[in-house]
Design a protein around this ligand. Sequence first.
Ligand code: SAT
Ligand code: MN
Length: 583
Amino acid sequence: MIRNKYVQSWIQEMNELLSPEDIVWVDGSESQMKLFKSIACGTLELIELNQDLMPGCYLHRSDESDVCRVEDRTFICCENKIDAGFTNNWWEPNEAINKLFSIAKDSYQGRIMYVIPFSMANPNSEFCKLGIEITDSIYVALSMVTMSRVSKEVSKKFSSAGENWTKCLHCSCNCDKDERYICHFPEKNMVISVNSSYGGNALLGKKCLALRLASYMGKKEGWLAEHMLIMGIKAPYNDEVKYICASFPSGCGKTDLAMMKISEEYEKKGYSVECVGDDISWLRIGPDGRLWAMNAEHGVFGACAGINRKNNPNVLETSRKNTIFTNVILNNDNKTVWWEGLDDNPPENATDWLGDSWDKDCGRIGAQKNSRFAAPITNCPCLSKEYDNPNGVPISAIILGVKRKKMTPLVFEAQDWNHGVFIGSIMSSETTVASSGKVGVLRHDPFGMLPFCGYNMSDYLQHWIDMGAKLGDKAPKIFGVNWFRTDDKEEYIWPGFGENIRVIDWILRRCNGSLDVEMSSLGLLPKEGDIKIDGLVIDEKKFKSICNLDAKMWNDETKKIKEFYSKFDKPVPRELIEILNQS
Ligand code: SAT
Ligand code: MN
C-alpha cells in the first residue's frame, strides 16, 4: 500500500472500472516473486525449467498473434494532432479513453489486479521517473519486476511524489488483435495498453514510458530519452574507461554490442568492454557541462534468435538464471530451452513455441523469430560497476547505427554536432522481426526512434540541435556505423560481434584526436589501414568497398532524404536543410 492520495484515488477508479476479484500490491520481494512463479506454473502461464541447469528460469508461450510490437496500433493521444507529428498515429484523447475504457470495463472479473509501483532509472537520482503499472497478467507483473526497479524502497518514494508519476494501465483482455491498442497520453502522463501482453506493448515502463513519454518529458525538461545502449571501453592508450551510447533500430544487435566479447588478442592488448545498458538511455547535461547517461531499465529484454556461445557468450550467460523465456523451444528431456542458431544439437524430444511437438526435420522453425528473454541486468558477466551510479556515466561518443546491405559505410564521423544530428535524421534501416509488418524493408528511422518518439519529429530534431548548443565544445563526437553490408552473394562482409571492437577502437582514437581522416559527402571516413583487420578472414577489396561511400548511391540517397524531409508536417530545422543542400 502506498501513502499518496492521487495513487489511492486512481487505484480506486481502476478498481471500479476493471472489477477485479482482488488487488495485490507488488513489492518485488523474493518471497513474493517465488509465490507469483508458483501461481503462474499452476495456471500454465509459466513452465518451470531445469532448476539445476538454469536456476530461477521459466518458459512462457504467448498467444500466436501476440509476438512483437504493433506500430500500426500504437497511438500518441495528445490534444493537437500536429504535436504527435507525421511519424505517429494520433487519436483524440477523450475519444481514445472512451474506447479503451469500454474495452477495459470489467475485464479483470475473476482475476487479480496487480499494482506495480516502479522506478525507471536509479530511484535516488535526478534521472528517476516513477510509474505505477496495473496489470491482470502475472507474466507481465513478473517481467516488470525484472525490467524496471520494483522494491519497498521504490514504493516509499511515492509518498512524496504527489501527482508526479506515470499511470500505466495494462489489460490482457482476450488478446484480440483487432482490438489491440497501445496508447500514450503525454499531457496526462498516462499509458493504456489493451489486448497484448508482448514486452514492448505491455511492460509499460519500457518503450511506452522510458521512450515515448520520456522523450516528451525530456523535450520539456531539457534532456534526452533515446533508444540507445551504453557501454564502457578500456583501451590501452586511455587511462580511464570511456563510455559511449549507441542507437540502432530494434532487432539490429544493441544487446550484442553492449555485451560484446572481444577476442583474446584484443584482451591481451589491454582492451576490455563493460555493459551499462542495452536498450534505453536517458541523457542529461551534468554539472560539469558534459553529457551523462543512465540506463533507464534494470533488465534485459533480448532477442533469442542468433544468440550462441561463439558470437555472444555474454548475452547467453546473462540468460542462464532468473530469466523468463518467451516463445522458444522446450527440450522435454532435460527441461532446457533451445532456438535456431543456438548450437548444432537441436533437442530430439521437443515442443515448439506454439506448444506442438517439434523436431529439426519437421520443416518448421521451432522458436518464434522474435522470441525473447527477460533477465536481470545484474546477470551480465561484463556489467559495469557504474551501471547504477546515480550520476550516470560521462559520454565520449555517440554512435548512430543502421542495418543496410548497401550504401552506408562501416563507420564514419560527423563533422560536428549539428552534422551528427543530420546523420541521425537521415538514418534509414531495414525493418526487423521486432515489430509487425514486412521484414527487410528499408525505411527512414531517425535516431532509431521512429516508433518511439512521443512527439513531433521536427521538434525532436530541433531539441537535439538545442542540446548541442548547450553542450558547446563539451559535446561528444557523433559517428555512424553499419555492420551489415553484404556482397553479391548476400553474405555479410564485416564479421561483426566481438570484432566490432576494431571499429570502436578507431572511434576512440578519433575522440583522442589521434588519427587523420578522408572527407566524404556523408562525413569523415577512416584512412586506409587505420581500421585494423590483421588476423581477420576478410577480402581486402570488399573491405575497402564497405569503408567507402559510393558517389552515385549517395546521390540517389540525397533524393530519398529530400523526399523524406518533404513529409515532415512542421519545418525541418534549418540547420539540417542547410547541411542537406551542401551534401
Ligand atoms: O519493444 S521491445 O522492448 O519489445 C523490443 C524492441 O522492439 O526494441
Ligand atoms: Mn529496443
